[in-house]
Write a protein that binds this ligand. Sequence first.
Ligand code: FES
Ligand code: MG
Length: 592
Amino acid sequence: MNRAEEKRRLRSRDWFDNRERMDMTALYLERFMNYGVTPEELRSGKPIIGIAQSGSDLSPCNRIHIDLAKRTRDGIRDGGGIPIEFPVHPIFENCRRPTAALDRNLLYLGLVELLNGYPIDGVVLTTGCDKTTPSQIMAASTVDIPAIVLSGGPMLDGWHEGELVGSGTVIWRSRRKLAAGEINEDQFLDRATSSAPSAGHCNSMGTASTMNAVAEALGLSLTGCAAIPAPYRERGQMAYRTGQRIVEMVREDLKPSDILTIDAFKNAIAVTSVIGGSSNAQPHIVAMARHAGVELEPEIWQEHGYDLPLLVNMQPAGAYLGERFHRAGGVPAAMWELLEAGVLYGDVATCTGKTMAENLSGHESKDREMIRPFADPLMDRAGFMVLSGNLFDFGILKTSVISEDFRERYLSRPGHEGKFEVRAVVFDGSDDYHHRIDEPSLEIDEECILVIRGSGVIGWPGSAEVVNMQPPERMIREGKSWLPTLGDGRQSGTSDSPSILNVSPESAVGGGLAWLRTGDMIRVDLNNRTCNALVDEDEIARRLAEEPTPAVPESNTPWEELFREKTGQLAEGGVMDFAIKYRGTARKLPRH
Ligand code: FES
Ligand code: MG
């Protein structure tokens, strides 16, 4: 065999057509024949295409993929490949305790072993719920076989009494109404269930919609894939075409490492800004980049994200939901605006085999109320602002959800534009917050910032979506429904709270929040991108020497312990640092 032939030989042939070890080939063949593939077919040299199935009863946001896989299989078959469907570790954002964030790295680990250890030449990654997207992309990068993302798509738009109610966002807004006594518990539940009218993932621009948009922006899914609602006819067609395309990708040997360049990640950051994307995109994008061998400096969020405008009018930053976004043109129409404005890298490679600019040709927005022109946005400078100071080295502020009210109250004080000083009220985790938030002795008022610690990667463990805390009920009843917040955890992508999030290092590993005390003043200066506690160095040193660091709960499962041992901070993507050195594992065949 000459070198060109060697290069084209599919890895699955080593299992199914190994002339030196016919005994092994026979062993591999006999069991796969059970479900209708002939040995001749397996030995014919057709690519074996994995369908990484993320849908299950434990992963309801991705359940549509159980049906879609039939269409994906048809596409793979008609494209000349052989589909092999297998499950990945389920992740359900809302239900998994202590947090679904524990499972991103677990799914990653499991999928690496599946893709590496079985005769798979290419893979369809079935995505949907928040972490099901980054985890699978991380694994595809580590193994580096041809891979394509098939989103399951958002649910249909939710309606309640003539009003659009978006996933998650309706919960955060309704709990304020509940606290204010405007609705009762039955009405609360009614509003929540109305937001989920069909199969699919969250229909607002929460983390799920954001991460599927990011996958498309990276060039990993077919044009227009991310936004098609799960029940729509086009979703099934997209599954079929994705199946066809992955077979071609295997023939072209088009791998994640050919697509996931630094420019692709800059595009993903830009798209996150203009869609008003979830703050969870920050650790996930960094994690995917690191597994792809691309280091993203913290400044990249400023340089390629912060200055961009908000174009997509979708909850929580805007008004509408997924169906209208899709009809307006979805992710390609938002990217088209960036391309026309000269702020997109158009020449990057994508899974279609064409450049991003070629993919986007003709994809102008069909609804200017939904996807605004670059020159007439919903908001200027809508990306994440990166902050640092004596409390932390890295934290982000999602500026697209900063309301006019917030700007007026905190950022427009004459002589102090862009700055404010507030009194810290510190909580040790969410139980402490719920027990004490209504305590009168805390004297919480509009000059306070609610701080939560012990909610990071190590402290929780996993890092919890708990930073979007609401003020005491007394304030809500007076119409003051939010306060600035700060924490070493995350916040739901569907939340519209003005929060400083993902701060690293977290208190559990000695970050500054550990020495912060209720009553300390905190100065936030958005002009200089700083956040500092006004506590002098001697006092900080005294507290560190004399006062105990806040306790964190013990690990409750083996994985929690291992996760804590191996996982880094949110600033660095919360990845298992030792794992990023493994890239392109498929280049070496596993031994018999
Ligand atoms: Fe799964 Fe939102 S909870 S997509
Ligand atoms: Mg979430």
